[in-house]
Write a protein that binds this ligand. Structure first.
Ligand SMILES: [Zn+2]
Length: 196
């Protein structure tokens, strides 16, 4: 039976009893997330859900906990998933902790947070988990645990837009440049953290 609205929320409350990690955004730690990715069986906040949508459905299939209906198959997927399991898996794969919680930078610089989330999900590790969860939740006798795929940084993303006023005197960037703490220095930190 498909679940919707209050019934869906009751279902997710049960899953949260089993995994308290579901009560916080898997990407930034915000409380009481209301969005989920079927691809990973994880939960995240509104801000992070926007980034997930931008990743494309092949990377992350986003649903609202209380505004979408949840089929039995989708419920099964979420039951097999959970925030804690996913985070543990990525840690096991060797994903840097700052990348795991990189979305927490939303308070500071949105494009930086978006960059961290993009890098986290565009990895072979994340892809392996996605494939495992899909197989497992279909009841096709998938392995009880996802195969550990060592973390490798994905190729560098295109330069962030919006937070960086640009290299020089572009007049159009004038409004953006006022946002302190969110300029080219943060882009530089990212290069150091994730480059080469
Ligand atoms: Zn979040």
């Amino acid at each position: 039976m498909s679940l919707y609205g209050r019934e869906a929320m009751a279902f997710f409350d049960k899953l949260k009893e089993a995994d308290a990690g579901n009560g916080k955004c898997v990407d930034c730690g915000a409380n009481s997330p209301l969005w989920a990715s079927l691809s990973y069986g994880t939960y995240f906040c509104l801000e992070c859900s926007g980034v997930h949508r931008n990743l494309g459905v092949h990377i992350s299939f986003v649903r609202s906990l209380n505004m979408d209906s949840w089929s039995e198959q989708q419920q099964q997927r979420m039951t097999c998933g959970g925030n804690t399991a996913f985070r543990q898996y990525l840690r096991q794969c060797g994903m840097p902790e700052e990348l795991q919680s990189g979305g927490g930078q939303f308070a500071g610089c949105e494009s930086q947070a978006e960059g961290a989330i993009r890098q986290k999900y565009n990895t072979r590790s994340a892809a392996a988990y996605r494939a495992w969860l899909a197989e497992r939740s279909r009841g096709e006798g998938g392995a009880p645990a996802p195969p550990s795929v060592p973390y490798e940084p994905p190729p560098p993303p295109p330069p962030p837009t919006g937070c960086n006023g640009g290299a020089g005197g572009g007049a159009a960037g004038a409004g953006v440049r006022g946002a302190s703490g969110c300029g080219s220095s943060s882009a530089g930190r990212m290069m150091q953290g994730f480059g080469s």
